[in-house]
Write a protein of this length. Structure first.
Length: 285
């Protein structure tokens, strides 16, 4: 009876320990999923912030360009007004000189010739001033068009680079997910084959089952130590390595679950054998 109570206590303690391990692994899986969602949200926020900064810089450049254009128009207007004032002053001076000359001379023919030449000179001067203004405006407009074309070209290149980076990241993520799914399918096939092999080898002796369970327990302890090292290094690596480590952790959890199931089957088989021997011993007693 003491031996039976001790075995019942060992069985209860083993089931409680397996339940506690499963709960701890579930908590770690939830923590890894939360960490992955946090990283995704952080990346989305950084991309949105970069886009807002880019739009703000673009809008500021547009405001600066518009202000520069207004200043250039105002400057051209001020220069034209100054030229017009100088021409008017020159014209008034020449008119006063001509009036004085007319008062001093009675030669109307000379006055008419001088006035016609003065008018031609003024007209030619105005045409030259207008031609220079038109040439300056055309140069400024051409420079503005060239600057605008270069700015649009640079913005288009930046957008293409951003789309290329985003496409490359999506392609890498898709490739990793496909490889991970293929690996999970391979692990499922291996698990099924191992289950069939385990059903075929259930007739082994009790001591061999216990030694296999002890080896699996030591392997699981080493896996836990390796997992702790991985968790310490997870905060210092990039998102891609964190995702790879998380995938490796999931694979280890699946393998560990398989080993725990095998150990539990061995232990149940061991208990059945002990119960059979106990019943035989009781019947013989």
């Amino acid at each position: 009876r003491c031996f039976y109570e001790q075995k019942i206590l060992q069985k209860t303690f083993g089931e409680w320990k397996e339940w506690w391990i499963v709960c701890r692994e579930r908590k770690r899986s939830l923590r890894a999923a939360s960490h992955y969602r946090h990283l995704l949200h952080n990346l989305i926020f950084k991309a949105w912030r970069a886009y807002v900064c880019q739009q703000r810089a673009k809008r500021n450049k547009y405001y600066v360009a518009e202000s520069h254009a207004k200043k250039q128009k105002l400057l051209r207007t001020w220069q034209c007004w100054l030229v017009y004032v100088d021409v008017q002053r020159t014209k008034h001076g020449m008119q006063s000189v001509a009036l004085a000359f007319r008062e001093r001379s009675c030669l109307r023919i000379s006055w008419a010739v001088w006035r016609r030449r003065h008018y031609q000179n003024c007209t030619a001067h105005k045409m030259n001033v207008l031609a220079l203004q038109h040439w300056a405006q055309s140069l400024q407009f051409r420079a503005w068009l060239q600057w605008r074309e270069m700015y649009l070209y640079s913005q288009n290149n930046k957008q293409k680079e951003a789309r290329a980076v985003t496409h490359h990241q999506q392609w890498e993520l898709k490739r990793c997910m496909e490889a991970w799914l293929g690996y999970l399918n391979l692990q499922r096939v291996k698990k099924h084959q191992n289950d069939l092999a385990q059903e075929h080898h259930q007739s082994r002796i009790v001591w061999q089952c216990f030694s296999d369970w002890q080896l699996s327990w030591e392997c699981r302890k080493r896996m836990h130590a390796h997992q702790k090292d991985v968790e310490k290094l997870a905060a210092k690596i990039t998102v891609r390595r964190a995702f790879a480590r998380w995938k490796h952790y999931v694979v280890l959890c699946v393998e560990e679950t398989r080993l725990c199931e095998l150990a539990e089957k061995h232990y149940k088989h061991h208990l059945l054998v002990l119960q059979k021997f106990w019943n035989c011993w009781k019947s013989r007693l």
